[in-house]
Design a protein around this ligand. Structure first.
Ligand code: SAH
Length: 367
């Protein structure tokens, strides 16, 4: 019965009835950013009783190390005035708060910074305003990176790219067919394949995937964010992107739904659960390079945090807190650096995309 469905599911069913099954990417886009019913438009996923937790919310050390990195890269850029410090998807603003506090040790950095936040969620924008306004720095919001005036920039994004929609295609004997969301005969939303293969799709794939067996799944994103980042940083800028993802291209699907810190079915409760898919860092880097930017990494989050001194930072913090707190600090370091599916140390990668003039960057030097 239609009334059992979420408002967004009713809308998605209406669109499918009018226009036919929709690509998975369109489904993901509507689920996350539909202007009325999108998950990010209506939820604070990181707040009390939220759906998931991110690295800056686990520990202040994460944002602090990023702050030190940003200030040091700003110095390498020649310490430009009016540098646009851009965060894509700042969540609760925690990373910027910790980063700017830590970067105070670098003279002139705070005074040079104008904050530009790209945020789709009115709810999170309010949280960001409440928390960041007291810093007294110029602070502006934008719907998209494209809207920010050009100029020297430092861009940061943690768990932002994984929220951008992915397409999926499945190899069949007659070519690759895009995966779509359809209404199944039992009246549930279900994954189906577009009737016609994607024209010339095989030729656009990385060489190593061109002879994949039937049934293989390939996932990809629009390269528009990567191209825009590359274009902005190639002359006087740097971007630091951290996300769940793989360093090299590959087959398989990674689209997943999370609600209340547990996995759930991406096709159930559209607009009520978070959807993400891993970042293909090879594709991201190649797109940014094609605009004339340089790539550093990707490397595992664990290695990057260690090289920037997370262990030393933890020792300093622990020296000033009671024992209970010191155990929490150890647990945070472990969560941010641990291998396997429970930790973020290996699953999360860090890549920098920069002006080619920049020399080895903190955390990306060859060991
Ligand atoms: N970086 C934060 C939040 C990650 S959650 C942290 O690490 O805690 C993803 C963030 O990206 C949220 O702030 C969400 O509202 C924002 N977001 C997701 N898709 C977006 C889009 N298409 N445009 C702008 N912001 C988006």
């Amino acid at each position: 019965m239609a009334d059992e469905h979420s408002p967004l599911e009713r809308e998605i069913r209406r669109l499918i009835r009018i226009a036919g099954p929709m690509p998975v990417s369109e489904y993901m886009r509507l689920c996350l950013t539909h202007p009325q019913y999108g998950y990010y438009v209506n939820h604070d996923p990181l707040g009390a009783g939220g759906d998931f937790i991110t690295a800056p919310e686990i520990s202040q050390m994460f944002g602090e190390l990023i702050g030190v990195w940003l200030a040091s890269v700003w110095q390498q850029l020649g310490g430009p005035e009016n540098v646009r410090l851009i965060e894509l998807g700042p969540g609760r603003g925690t990373m910027l708060l910790d980063a700017l506090r830590a970067a105070k040790t670098v003279p002139g950095f705070q005074a040079a910074v104008v904050l530009h936040l790209v945020e789709v969620s009115p709810a999170l924008q309010k949280v960001q305003e409440r928390r960041l306004q007291p810093l007294g720095l110029p602070l502006l919001w934008h719907a998209a990176l494209e809207d920010i005036p050009p100029g020297p920039c430092l861009i940061v994004a943690n768990e932002f790219i994984d929220a951008l929609p992915v397409h999926q295609a499945v190899k069949q004997t007659d070519g690759w067919h895009e995966r779509v969301v359809a209404i199944a005969p039992d009246d549930t939303l279900a994954i189906a394949l577009a009737a016609d293969p994607l024209p010339h799709f095989e030729a656009t794939l990385p060489r190593g995937l061109r002879l994949s067996p039937d049934g293989s799944i390939y996932e990809w994103r629009s390269d528009s964010a990567a191209l825009e980042i590359g274009r902005r940083v190639r002359n006087g800028g740097a971007a630091l992107i951290i996300d769940y993802g793989h360093a090299w291209y590959g087959l398989g699907e990674t689209l997943q739904a999370v609600s209340g810190h547990a996995f759930t079915d991406p096709l159930r409760s559209p607009g009520e659960v978070d959807l993400t898919a891993h970042v293909d860092f090879e594709a991201l880097g190649q797109s940014a390079e094609s605009m004339g930017a340089s790539i550093h990494g990707p490397i595992a989050q664990r290695d990057w945090l260690r090289r920037l001194g997370i262990d030393k930072r933890a020792e300093v913090l622990k020296a000033h807190v009671p024992y209970g707190k010191s155990v929490e600090i150890d647990q945070a370091v472990s969560r941010l650096t641990a291998s396997g599916t429970k930790g973020m140390g290996e699953l999360c990668k860090v890549i920098a995309i920069t002006d080619p003039k920049l020399k080895p960057l903190p955390g990306f030097e060859m060991p």
